[in-house]
Design a protein around this ligand. Structure first.
Ligand code: SAH
Length: 417
């Protein structure tokens, strides 16, 4: 395993300010994996390879239900064909480069190398009553939001459905095998940070409160704009939600699709009829500022994005989340809270809530998080408009694992934390 990138693995060139990239550079395809396929398609592949179709179902059970990956643990498969079947339908997709712990062991960031050397990150967050995995959908991102570390990297390539799903399976395996540190006992002394004011999100403080042993929530809030990689993202959602052996059997309600506001993508997702939670990264209620903070706004304006989000709510009944990174003196003024409150309220009641996120400054950023009092005032103004508002916790900020900090290119030599 070598660490020096070959020319084919060279990262994408850095985008110019405001430049959008929709089409991922063409690169070699990741190996086919059963998580790319429906159960029926897996059975067809197995048959085409000369095996009984039910071998695909057995492999699927190992992958999604038993969470095993070593061929020798798949004892219901005849020894003579085990390795072939695994090579054909369960090739390794992610290689662990490093894993870092924060929040006294409750948060673990993992850096993964894909088959072609591209690096992506995922974050496992344990809470008393839920376990959330934050996953990447692209290596890099083409949406170029200037406050986001991944956005500055440019788009390296789209991930396959299998690569997206494998991040969740890897987290599920860690939980299943008990390979995680006891919460509160992590050796690196990482503090709690300034989160966990919200009781429900408080870091579990003893092993008994270590939380569920299964992944309950998945958020597409790692690297990438999943709706710009629509086919793979929807394939991943299907695999995550379908019951075993087809998939992992996570409730659609536990899955959050976060988007910059690609209106056609939101409309496509609406038409799928899968009740995942939609999160819209708004960050400004007015086009003038949003054009700068979220460059896709030059294509689809604030009102168009909000209308699409509202249609999503109407079709699915799911309450939409509005994400709003609070940036000091940039988007945190009281009048912007009022304008946001009005725009949301004018579309209806009870369809939306707002998640302000204190900005996690990226290296070299000229921006920083809003002052506490300003943040509080922003929240109160929104609430005064009847909009439920909760400040997002900032898990993992000390390991660059918090929202917007995932930039795999910054990870140094391989190590295991
Ligand atoms: N492409 C998706 C997922 C991005 S990451 C999207 O844009 O929604 C998930 C959230 O983190 C987004 O709301 C994104 O705007 C936000 N984010 C990005 N950089 C951030 C930063 N430095 N501080 C706080 N939030 C950030």
């Amino acid at each position: 395993m070598s660490d020096s990138p070959t020319p084919s693995q060279a990262p994408a060139p850095r985008p110019a300010p405001g430049q959008l990239t929709f089409t991922a550079p063409r690169r070699g395809k990741p190996p086919r994996h059963l998580a790319d396929l429906s159960l029926e398609e897996r059975r067809e592949v197995a048959a085409a390879l000369g095996h009984p179709a039910y071998r695909a179902t057995q492999l699927s059970t190992h992958y999604f239900e038993r969470l095993v990956d070593r061929p020798e643990d798949m004892t219901d498969l005849p020894k003579a064909v085990r390795d072939d079947l695994v090579a054909d339908l369960l090739p390794p997709l992610l290689t662990s480069v490093r894993s870092l712990t924060a929040d006294r062991g409750a948060t673990i960031k993992q850096v993964w190398r894909l088959f072609d050397g591209a690096l992506v990150e995922s974050v496992l967050m344990r809470y008393p009553k839920r376990v959330t995995v934050c996953i990447s959908s692209q290596a890099g991102c083409g949406m170029n939001c200037p406050f986001c570390a991944t956005g500055q990297e440019g788009l390296t390539r789209n991930m396959s459905a299998g690569e997206i799903v494998e991040q969740v399976v890897a987290a599920a395996r860690l939980l299943r095998r008990g390979e995680l540190p006891e919460i509160g006992d992590a050796l690196d002394g990482a503090g709690l940070g300034d989160e966990s004011e919200d009781g429900a999100d408080a870091v579990a403080s003893d092993a008994a409160a270590a939380g569920p042993s299964r992944v309950s929530n998945v958020v597409f809030m790692g690297m990438g704009e999943a709706l710009a990689n629509y086919k793979a993202a929807i394939g991943a959602i299907r695999r995550l939600t379908e019951p075993a052996p087809s998939g992992l059997g996570i409730s659609a309600r536990g899955i959050t699709m976060s988007t910059v506001g690609l209106v056609p993508g939101i409309d496509r997702l609406t038409a799928e009829g899968i009740p995942v939670t939609l999160a819209l990264s708004l960050h400004a209620p007015d086009d003038e500022l949003r054009d700068e903070l979220v460059p896709i706004n030059t294509r689809w304006k604030v009102d168009e994005a909000l209308d699409a989000a509202y249609r999503y709510h109407e079709a699915t009944g799911r309450r939409v989340s509005i994400e709003y990174a609070l940036i000091r003196d940039i988007n945190d003024q009281a009048w912007r809270a009022d304008l946001l409150g009005q725009k949301l309220r004018q579309r209806g009641r009870g369809w939306v809530h707002v998640n302000p996120i204190p900005l996690n400054p990226t290296p070299g950023s000229k921006w920083t998080a809003s002052r506490r009092g300003v943040e509080q005032q922003f929240v109160e103004r929104l609430r005064a408009h009847g909009i439920p508002t909760t400040v997002r916790d900032t898990r993992g900020s000390d390991i660059d694992g918090a929202c917007g900090q995932l930039a795999a290119a910054t990870s140094g030599a391989p190590e295991r934390g």
